[in-house]
Write a protein that binds this ligand. Structure first.
Ligand code: C2E
Ligand code: CA
Ligand code: CA
Length: 689
């Protein structure tokens, strides 16, 4: 019997010592009888060190109190019990143990000891936590997660999948994911087979058919033999982000106020266009546009009005160009236009003229009405540069040349279009305002027929009736008007007022006499992109042959510039019945022989020759020879600045036809002039009668 017991005890030890589990035996009052080696290692005590002591005696900090009470409970009730214990070991790691307490009985069935078996379930617990975590991620993820078998058949899909695609799990359960949207997934499967994963953006459709962009990543899950057992597909709807990205992209390349391309986009397009022009052997026009005097709009009417004006400018520019042209805003009032695919310079000039015209239309903003003009500098590829930088720089230089030339015009880039000069924009603004508020008026200076003493002609001379400064003479504002381009509008105004007076004069003295009012037209005005069309249109509006009552005074130097543009304008004026007079003759570079080439009617000998005509024999000789040659050429002569009777009689005897000067009258307002001519007429007739 003893032997049998000892044998069974040995068997137990052998088993206990080789068991991978922890094993211990306690007396029914909880005192340690035996710890197997594994448990000894875990606790850090050998059996002989702790035999006869209860767990709480061994560990007085109470960490095994629960453990001990289970042992005692099993001993008392005889029922097996389990407990899960979390044990913190020496190095601080936390281990999870499942512990079974089993009552050991003697032959009578009385509990004699308690056997405790512990399993380390740390791994299992961790795996469970991982799984729980994975499950909750799967459920709660914002990304759609679909798990498929190696062929793509859907095994699982999370709620986000439904949210994004509108497909319920039931819709796709057992279906092949890749076949849901063949087009979208094309090629992906092949890549998966090769690489085991795929990452990218695809466009696919929701259940409703609406398409969206997904960022998709697919990874293969392999078993220990490296065979694919599943695919995990994770994707999110990035349509919104894409839209946002596109918006950012748009903002980075466009001007917020006008929606036009900004400098960045312009430069890119310019390089691209130059490249294309090179390949096609065509021209590319680069127009640098600066709105004249724009600062004063901002200063006087506020930025809001200024901004609105810029928006209107932008719209007009777009409207006056081809779809293939690019309009960019690169600074406050600076625009750049690309005209690709030009066959010749004329096409470029046409666009520039159209732009000038479109910009000059009156602008209505918030109850204000005003007109602006622009200066345009033009550089051409390949003539003036072959990259964005140099083309823009050259066009910019040409723009400054346009400003210096009098604004409101376009200028092609050339080598002398460098060094800039700025105009006083507040003076320009005042002048523009003066024009709008009808402060520009015209005075008329009679021109007398020396043979009869009758007033048969008059010169229209511009005046600015400034409410602050009084009457301002042309020397003060004509140069500014020319520099700023306002001269075109002033010329039109003077012309129209002169027409009124010509008509009135004709009505007052309806005797069929040949009367003419001459109007000055400065060289700048011949640069008007519209040429003389405005003047001709005004004549047409009045009907009849009012053109025969007008003359246009030009300077002789204008004729040195024998561009077809100038000659064509002169021809148009003449065919409308007007005569052409050379103003200030003798001060320029031309000779009478040279003038013969042109269709000129009158010569006005400059005042500087008349002043000393009675005292200076050489001046007298010059004037006399001019008179002889002019007669020979069939030109009519008018002496300017005649102030004395002596001058008048000398000119009369030399054969001069007409005289103008303070001797007869100073320039005077329209009404005074008309009274003057009526009085002179009756006086002169009286003499005859
Ligand atoms: P201009 O064409 O040579 O005009 C004649 C100028 O001589 C006028 O000066 C006139 O007042 C002045 N004058 C006339 N008789 C005498 C005289 O006996 N003695 C003196 N000392 N001066 C006399 P004004 O009106 O100051 O005009 C100056 C210039 O302004 C004009 O010279 C003309 O070139 C320009 N101008 C005037 N009105 C216009 C216009 O409507 N358009 C353009 N483009 N230029 C204009
Ligand atoms: Ca004149
Ligand atoms: Ca003159």
């Amino acid at each position: 019997m003893q032997e049998a017991l000892a044998a069974s005890e040995r068997k137990f030890r052998t088993l206990a010592e080789n068991l991978p589990n922890h094993l211990a035996r306690y007396t029914i009052d909880g005192r340690t009888v035996y710890l197997n080696p594994k448990l000894e290692t875990l606790l850090g005590y050998r059996t002989d060190e702790v035999a006869g002591r209860t767990p709480t005696q061994i560990f007085p900090d109470g960490r095994y109190a629960e453990y001990e009470s289970r042992i005692l409970e099993t001993a008392r009730t005889g029922n097996d019990s389990q407990i899960e214990l979390s044990i913190v070991v020496e190095d601080g790691t936390q281990l999870a143990h499942h512990i079974d307490c089993v009552a050991e009985r003697d032959d009578t069935g009385a509990v004699v000891s308690v056997l405790v078996i512990g399993h380390d379930i740390t791994q299992r617990r961790r795996a469970e936590v991982d799984l729980r975590m994975a499950a909750s991620v799967f459920q709660a993820a914002g990304e759609a997660i679909v798990i498929t078998d190696p062929t793509g058949v859907v095994l699982k899909a999370n709620p986000a999948f439904t949210q994004i695609t509108d497909y319920d799990f039931a819709d796709i359960d057992g279906h092949n994911l890749f076949e849901l949207d063949n087009a979208a997934y094309a090629g992906i499967q092949a890549a998966l087979e090769q690489d085991g994963s795929w990452l990218g953006e695809i466009s696919c459709s929701r259940k409703s058919g609406e398409s969206f962009i997904q960022r998709l990543s697919i990874a293969a899950v392999n078993d220990e033999n490296a065979d694919v057992i599943q695919y995990v597909c994770i994707f999110s709807d990035i349509s919104q982000a894409k839209r946002h990205e596109a918006q950012l992209e748009y903002i980075a390349h466009h001007d917020v106020l006008t929606g036009l391309a900004n400098r960045m986009l312009l430069t890119a397009r310019l390089d691209e266009a130059a490249e294309k022009a090179h390949r096609a052997g065509r021209l590319l026009g680069v127009l640098f546009i600066d709105i004249d005097g724009f600062k004063s709009v901002n200063d006087r009417l506020g930025h809001q009005v200024g901004d609105q004006a810029l928006v209107q400018m932008a719209q007009r520019m777009i409207a006056s160009l081809r779809d293939t042209d690019t309009v960019a805003r690169i600074g406050g009032d600076e625009f750049v236009i690309l005209l690709p695919d030009l066959s010749d310079v004329a096409g470029c000039e046409m666009s520039a003229s159209r732009l000038l015209k479109a910009i000059a239309e009156p602008i209505d903003v918030e109850g204000y009405r005003f007109a602006l003009s622009a200066s345009i500098g033009i550089a051409l590829y390949p003539e003036h540069g072959d990259d964005a930088d140099s083309l823009l720089r050259r066009a910019d230089e040409a723009m400054y040349a346009a400003k210096r030339n009098g604004r409101s015009q376009y200028v092609f880039c050339s080598d002398d279009s460098r060094n800039g000069l700025h105009l006083d924009s507040s003076r320009v603004y005042r002048l523009r305002l003066a024009l709008e508020q009808n402060q520009i008026e015209v005075h008329y200076q009679p021109i007398v027929d020396l043979a009869t003493g009758r007033v048969v002609k008059a010169e229209a001379l511009a005046r600015w009736r400034d409410p602050e400064r009084g009457l301002v003479l042309p020397s003060e504002f004509i140069p500014l008007a020319e520099d700023s381009g306002i001269i075109h509008a002033i010329g039109d105004r003077v012309f129209s007022l002169a027409l009124d007076v010509a008509e009135a004069w004709n009505k007052l003295c309806p005797d069929g006499g040949k009367r003419r009012i001459s109007v000055n037209r400065s060289p700048r005005e011949f640069l008007d992109p519209d040429g003389v069309d405005n003047w001709i249109a005004q004549l047409d509006e009045r009907g009849g042959c009012i053109g025969h009552m007008l003359s246009v005074e030009i300077t002789e130097n204008l004729l040195l510039d024998d561009r077809p543009k100038v000659l064509c304008q002169l021809a148009k004026l003449r065919s409308a019945g007007m005569t052409i007079a050379i103003d200030d003759f003798g001060t320029g570079f031309s000779s009478l022989a040279y003038l013969k080439k042109f269709a000129i009617d009158d010569l006005k000998i400059d005042r500087s020759f008349i002043v000393d005509i009675t005292d200076d024999p050489s001046d007298r000789t010059i004037v006399e020879s001019v008179i002889v040659m002019a007669r020979h050429l069939g030109l009519c002569l008018i002496a300017e600045g005649v102030e004395t009777e002596a001058q008048a009689s000398l000119l009369t005897s030399a054969g001069c036809d007409y005289a103008q000067g303070y001797l007869y009258a100073r320039p005077m307002p329209a009404k005074e002039f008309l009274d003057f001519v009526v009085a002179a007429e009756t006086g002169a007739l009286g003499v005859v009668a």
